[in-house]
Design a protein around this ligand. Structure first.
Ligand code: PEP
Ligand code: MG
Length: 329
């Protein structure tokens, strides 16, 4: 019964909010996008009135297959999502396997410390034939909508430089072959490591947008394994160290005219909206069912008050102070 009541409440909220802009009371726009993990999830984005897709985890094709998915298979999947989103922005993250996401046919050697091992962009740059196939599929799909491509687990400028170089090579090849693609694809970087936070200025100068992945950023800033239940109580995105990392990142991005979003699970909780708006995020990307409640919260916020809350959170000495400040236990 509780579930049904909750669903009805959400449905009413959706109807009230339909077509209303995502703005604070004083008129600041904050985009509310969705995180998805497969093309079937687009339906949920549409039903919940998501403004775009802020994180499309591209691992599904690789995880659902017993061998490397072909360029055409990937192209069809991306094209499907871009066409269904009908011109709204779709940010697709390039392959992020390794660590908590293992795939047998990649033949990755066993590592003692996989979270800090060969994962994500590191795999893509050492095995460019895999990466190139995905990038070709992505650029081909870009002709069907508004595409952003983002790279996970960045720690250095050279990684971005290499990844962008491969993008340029792929575009050059496609042009040569007479295959259409969009010239407006935006390249973005996920901020998930302390290194990326500390060189955020340098990264921002080389990207059109950032998206903070607080799931991993929290893990790496606090040195707390995100999957280890014994230390789950220490895994806290409201720890002042993580809040300050977010502040440094947002400010660096804005100094360079780089947009900044957040796509970790943290963004989907209504109680965090004030802090995130106060920190200056341009976009929150959340699970589709969380869109209406987050939107309702944002529409009730005053930016100066949110900024004050964020400033206090950044200056707090302890996680409990931050919890108290934003009213979560
Ligand atoms: C993150 O790290 O916050 C993120 C969104 O990526 P994933 O959860 O897929 O690692
Ligand atoms: Mg991550």
């Amino acid at each position: 019964l509780k579930k049904r009541e909750e669903q009805q409440r959400l449905q009413r909220l959706l109807e009230t909010l339909k077509g209303q802009p995502n703005v604070t009371k004083d008129g600041k726009t904050v985009r509310i996008y969705c995180n998805i993990g497969s093309p079937e999830d687009v339906h949920a984005v549409q039903v919940n009135d998501g403004g775009g897709i802020g994180l499309f985890r591209s691992e599904f094709l690789y995880l659902n297959s017993s061998t490397f998915p072909t360029e055409d298979e990937q192209f069809e999947a991306y094209k499907h999502v871009l066409s269904d989103m009908d011109g709204k922005e779709v940010i697709i993250r390039t392959l992020d396997i390794g660590a908590d996401k293992q795939i047998g046919y990649f033949d990755l050697p066993k590592e003692d410390n996989p979270a800090m091992g060969m994962r994500a962009l590191r795999i893509c740059l050492t095995r460019p034939e895999i990466f190139r196939t995905q990038l070709r599929a992505l650029f081909r799909a870009s002709a069907y909508g508004k595409l952003g491509i983002m790279f996970p687990m960045v720690t250095s400028v050279w990684e971005v430089r290499e990844a962008k170089k491969l993008c340029e090579e792929v575009k050059r090849d496609l042009k040569h072959e007479g295959i259409p693609y969009s010239e407006d694809v935006q390249i973005g970087i996920m901020i998930e490591t302390p290194a990326a936070v500390f060189i955020a200025d340098e990264l921002a100068a080389r990207a059109r947008f950032f998206s903070i992945g607080t799931n991993d950023l929290t893990q790496y800033v606090l040195a707390v394994d995100r999957g280890n239940r014994r230390i789950a109580a220490m895994y806290d995105t409201l720890h002042p160290a993580v809040v300050r990392a977010m502040r440094l990142t947002v400010d660096a991005a804005h100094r360079h005219g780089c947009e900044v979003g957040i796509c970790g699970e943290f963004a989907g909780c209504v109680a965090h909206a004030e802090l995130l708006v106060g920190l200056g995020f341009d976009e929150l990307s959340v699970a589709p069912p969380s869109v209406p409640a987050v939107k309702e919260r944002i529409r009730g916020l005053e930016t100066p008050q949110a900024e004050l809350t964020a400033r206090r959170a950044v200056e707090a000495a302890t996680a409990s102070e931050v919890h108290e400040l934003i009213g979560v236990g």
